[in-house]
Ligand binder design. Structure first.
Ligand SMILES: [Zn+2]
Ligand SMILES: [Zn+2]
Length: 646
């Protein structure tokens, strides 16, 4: 007999050699119907793997991340089978599950897959699935595996890196593939499947290697799930920040300026500026001081910080001066500059904490294939700040930073988020620098701050950086997608490397602790996420232009101008559209530009000193006729709903 422990703590005495599926059946038939994958003692196994030792068993359904992974990876086997059937002679490489679906990287040789093939592939995948083929793992010797794949240089490379005795194939139907495992019981539960796209991908992600074709797909246990997912994808396309950025005239990429280097158009620049002012105002209240540092720094600065050793080779290369043999690097991080600001004078413990903030633009080399709109760029501006404090101040500083991050999220409509506390791996203390006492202090400070602030958080052991523990915020957007925003990181490393110090109450020299934090992360990425989250309908307080005045004809232009002046007196940001166009066209365009309010003025309004208000999102309700005073109250009420005082 073996003892199988379940996640809720229940221990089941089972016969040696039972499978996870047997355990599921032992619990309930209903559960057994839904279980599609399992892990034992932290290792992913098949639902048919026999259990021979005591251990902890987790059973997964499609609702679990692990369950989806097994489901999607298994579907990639079936898709690979169909691709081989339809394109004989192709070479299969790797087919993992990803966050949403799976892909298979294939060397199609002289063959080509096109959109026209998708439907045929999908139909055949479902046909095979309906035959309910079991997925079965089988061990294969290294020599045999190499022989079987002797015409496939990719699999040969993979097998060469594996140890003899650990190599397994997965069989289903008449198909086999080199695979480590992690499958659903049989193909029968794959009820819906769609090929999403094909793209080029280098073997092993290295652009020196051959380019393969990556076939992306997704599958579900119900047709309805696929329909919902495809609708979500359509909505995501409508909200794509690259599309909205163009429609709203926010930013532009010029091939002449260079890939991954966004140009901010006037409206985009105004939006950025509003976000910056918003954060600066809150930061001022929180005791931050603004600093400004240059866009380049001596190479030695980054040798000292350790960034050069770690990232130098894969980054923009040094800039050489004409004479004197000086070498500069484009700034990849603001931290080293801020450390040197701290070093500009001696400090006493009474002066701390020092909080230096900068909207600092940094440059990082990204391969051109990795670039994506504003979310992956080569030059971006961080809403960066570094707090230098004593170890005893960490607790309070951390709480202050959390308050600031929560304020930012709340004001911008991100209500759904979780936090992750990354701490040391206690079994590998050598991986970390700094003394144990300080680490404990920092980890406890983060955990108690997270608890005190009522955050929904998880603690991840072994996820800390070598230089300190951290807290990350994962935000869910309106489409249910998760984004990492807002990192707060403790650092013992840079104070050491830059020999930062302060004089303690004991009159001795001590090292301060450093906190890195950026609630937005970067302006570019944040604006991209905000665009997709709000579909461009930004909170009213953030809109560079809150209202557009639309005169019904040129007869009312003077009145429109008068309204504009009155609005300006109330600090409402507005503009007049006095182009010689029909009112219908003006309204349609104003809708596309997502102005929160359209103020229509004609004879009636001119006579009564009113405006006819059409509010974004309330179009069905018809316009309401109000005075400027009333409108001022209306807009302020809307703003107060989202923007609170910090
Ligand atoms: Zn597999
Ligand atoms: Zn930093």
């Amino acid at each position: 007999m073996i003892k199988v422990t379940l996640p809720d703590g229940t221990v089941k005495e089972m016969a040696q050699g039972v499978t996870p599926m047997d355990v599921a059946k032992n619990i309930s038939e209903g559960l057994a119907r839904n279980v599609i994958s399992a892990s034992y003692n932290g290792t992913t196994i098949e639902t048919t793997t026999t259990l021979t030792t005591d251990g902890t068993l987790i059973l997964y359904t499609f609702n679990d991340k692990e369950g989806k992974k097994a489901f999607w990876h298994s579907t990639s086997h079936v898709m690979a089978q169909v691709l081989e059937e339809m394109f004989p002679g192709i070479k299969l490489t790797l087919g993992p599950a990803i966050d949403n679906g799976f892909y298979y990287d294939v060397d199609f040789g002289d063959k080509r897959i096109t959109d026209a093939d998708f439907k045929k592939i999908e139909d055949r995948v479902l046909e095979i699935s309906r035959e309910k083929h079991e997925f079965r793992m089988r061990p294969v010797s290294k020599a045999e595996a190499l022989e079987i794949y002797k015409n496939n240089e990719y699999k040969t490379e993979l097998i060469s890196n594996l140890e003899d005795g650990t190599i397994t194939f997965c069989d289903h139907s008449n198909f086999f593939d080199l695979c480590r495992g992690g499958h659903i019981p049989n193909t029968g539960i794959i009820k819906a499947m769609k090929i999403l796209s094909v793209a080029g991908a280098y073997w092993r992600g290295d652009e020196k290697n051959k380019q393969l074709t990556r076939v992306y797909g997704i599958s579900f246990p119900k047709q309805k799930d696929l329909t919902d997912y495809l609708e979500l994808l359509e909505e995501a396309k409508r909200r794509d920040h690259r599309k909205l950025g163009k429609e709203l005239d926010l930013f532009y990429f010029s091939p002449k300026v260079g890939q991954g280097l966004p140009l901010w158009l006037p409206k985009g620049a105004a939006l950025r500026d509003r976000l910056e002012q918003f954060l600066k105002k809150a930061q001022k209240k929180a005791g931050y001081e603004q600093v400004v540092t240059p866009h380049i720094g001596m190479k030695d600065l980054y040798v000292t910080s350790g960034h050069y050793a770690k990232y130098g080779a894969d980054s923009f290369q040094p800039i050489h001066t004409p004479a004197e043999g000086e070498e500069f690097l484009l700034k990849p991080m603001n931290c080293p500059h801020h450390c040197e600001i701290y070093n500009a004078r001696p400090w006493s413990y009474k002066d701390l904490p020092k909080r230096y903030a900068e909207f600092g633009t940094v440059y990082r080399y990204e391969q051109s294939g990795e670039l994506h709109g504003l979310t992956r760029v080569r030059g971006f501006t961080q809403d960066d700040a570094h707090i230098f404090c004593t170890p005893d101040q960490l607790d309070a500083e951390f709480k202050n930073v959390i308050d600031l991050v929560l304020y930012v999220f709340g004001s911008l409509g991100f209500e759904n988020f979780t936090a992750q506390v990354s701490v040391r791996d206690l079994e590998n203390p050598d991986k970390y620098i700094g003394n144990v006492e300080n680490w404990e202090k920092a980890e406890n400070a983060i955990i108690s701050a997270a608890k005190d602030k009522g955050l929904n958080y998880v603690i991840e052991s072994g996820e800390a950086a070598f230089y300190g523990p951290k807290l990350d915020f994962m935000v869910k957007d309106a489409l249910g997608r998760s984004w990492q925003l807002g990192t707060i990181q403790v650092d013992y490393n840079l104070p050491e490397r830059f020999e930062l110090s302060y004089k303690g109450a004991d009159d001795k020299s001590h090292r301060p602790v450093m906190i890195h934090r950026a609630p937005f992360g970067s302006m570019e990425r944040f604006i991209a996420i905000l665009l997709e989250h709000t579909a461009g309908n930004f909170p009213i307080w953030l809109m560079p232009e809150q209202a557009i005045i639309l005169p019904l004809s040129e007869k009312y232009e003077n009145y429109a101008k008068k309204v504009l002046d009155l609005l300006e007196n109330h600090e409402i940001r507005a503009l007049v559209d006095n182009r010689n166009e029909t009112i219908g066209k003006k309204i349609r365009e104003a809708e596309m530009k997502k102005y929160p309010f359209m103020l229509i003025v004609g004879e009636e309004e001119d006579k009564n000193g009113t405006i006819s208000v059409r509010q974004r999102g309330q179009e069905g309700k018809g316009n309401i006729s109000v005075t400027i005073e009333k409108f001022n109250a209306m807009i302020n009420e809307e703003i107060d709903k989202t923007l609170k005082q910090f």
